[in-house]
Design a protein around this ligand. Structure first.
Ligand code: ATP
Ligand code: MG
Length: 403
């Protein structure tokens, strides 16, 4: 059976009162966004505290399920048979048709019926519906059996202003709808971690913008395209992302010329953080996001993180801080960024990296090294900010100013 309607359930815990409307409206907006990019024509309907996606035109059911699987806030997706209100005898027939079309292979299949009568005017009580629908199914398909404790299929019948019959339940990605939590600026590199960090923070309902530092001609256009491709993959979940592409070459060269080489990575990171904050503030972001995880590399020891953090004035969110690389890779594969991340293009940090970076930098020492840059680096930072290129990925956020 090709389903025309999908019922969307969301986890309601913590979304009471006014928050519930905000949550539902954001969820509907996000569902519309992904459906807009899916072949077919769709209508998203909020009705009786439920969200329905009605499909028409030339759509593929699998595409619909995949698209909905990328909307944060969705707990589960149920393909439903949607019927007008009808008398019980007719409902029994429809329930039998539902089973026939949904389960062509019924031999030994066990089931249970669970009815919910939201419309108290319906002539049958929930218990009666359970019993009568169960009996009609057994009558039509003697090869099936009832199992109330652990059925293969749970057939749900909901009597509302219309009638829903459904049994399949597909998992959604969970989390909160994007747009319910504020905005953050992701430091997005071409690696495995930062796209995953962006996905994780967006899953909490946070809109993201991004900043990418490159160092032409040391890094190529293809390295930049790779990062924009990663942003596109993340935007399938997170919605439109405004990416600032910053030419970091002169800043990096100045640091390279002036500061001890074993401190380069830390000092570069501090400048990245300062520039990222500039864009964060301009884009109304409430924090920055990185893909850092304690101990993964020299620049991510707690000592190094402490030094990078020193220059931050906004909260720095690090969703992967306690993750093992294997866990991060698993998520990267799931969200389809992994294969792009491992493409071997140069990264601005690897080009200027010292052979033996400090692993226990002290903030005072780093600040002293940075003091040597005073008066020389500021114009370069300003120039990097001024010449940054802005690229919208995944469409443009509604209401966003183009600048
Ligand atoms: P990733 O897989 O995210 O590149 P990584 O293990 O390579 O992580 P580092 O290179 O140490 O880690 O970078 C740590 C974090 O700093 C990254 O997760 C990212 O948030 C930020 N970062 C590093 N390089 C860049 C860059 N060129 N542009 C923007 N952000 C960057
Ligand atoms: Mg990296």
């Amino acid at each position: 059976m090709k389903h025309e309607t999908f019922l969307i359930k969301y986890a309601e815990i913590g979304v009471k009162g006014k928050n519930r409307y905000k949550f539902e409206d954001a969820l509907v907006a996000q569902i519309r966004r992904v459906m807009h990019r899916t072949e077919g024509s769709f209508e998203v309907e909020k009705r009786d505290g439920r969200i329905y996606v009605h499909c028409a035109g030339d759509y593929d059911e699998q595409d619909v399920i995949e698209a909905l699987g990328r909307v944060f806030g969705i707990w589960s997706i149920h393909p439903v048979m949607r019927l007008p209100k009808m008398p019980p005898e007719q409902l029994m027939q429809e329930a039998v048709r539902f089973v026939r079309e949904t389960y062509p292979d019924r031999d030994g299949l066990t089931f249970k019926v669970r009815a919910k009568r939201a419309d108290k005017g319906y002539p049958l009580h929930s218990d009666d519906i359970n019993r009568d629908v169960g009996a009609a199914i057994l009558d039509a398909f003697p090869e099936m059996h009832v199992n109330v404790h652990d059925p293969d299929v749970l057939i749900q019948v909901e009597i509302r202003d219309r009638i829903n019959i459904f049994s399949e339940s597909l998992p959604g990605p969970g989390g909160m709808p994007v747009g319910t939590a504020g905005r953050a600026m992701l430091l997005l590199s071409g690696g495995i971690d930062s796209p995953v960090a962006g996905y994780m923070i967006a899953r909490r309902g946070v809109e993201i913008d991004a900043v990418y530092f490159h160092a032409p001609p040391y890094t190529s256009d293809r390295a930049k395209e790779k990062v924009l491709d990663l942003a596109k993959r993340v935007s399938r979940y997170a919605g439109p992302i405004r990416v600032h592409v910053v030419n970091f070459t002169d800043v990096q060269l100045k640091i390279y010329e002036t500061c001890p080489h074993d401190e380069l990575t830390i000092i570069m990171r501090r400048y990245m953080m300062r520039i990222a904050e500039h864009f964060a503030k301009a884009d109304d972001c409430l924090g920055t996001v990185t893909g850092e995880s304690i101990g993964q590399v020299a620049s991510q020891t707690m000592y190094s993180l402490n030094c990078t953090n020193e220059v931050a004035t906004l909260p720095v969110y690090r969703p992967l801080i306690a993750f093992d690389k294997e866990d991060i890779v698993r998520i990267a594969k799931k969200i389809d960024t992994y294969e792009t991340s491992i493409l071997p293009f140069e990264d601005c940090c690897t080009i200027f990296v010292a052979e033996h970076p400090v692993t226990k930098p002290k903030p005072a020492q780093i600040a002293a090294s940075e003091a040597r840059l005073a008066g020389k680096i500021e114009p370069l930072v300003e120039e990097a900010i001024r010449t940054a290129e802005e690229v919208w990925i995944g469409g443009k956020r509604s209401g966003a100013n183009a600048q």
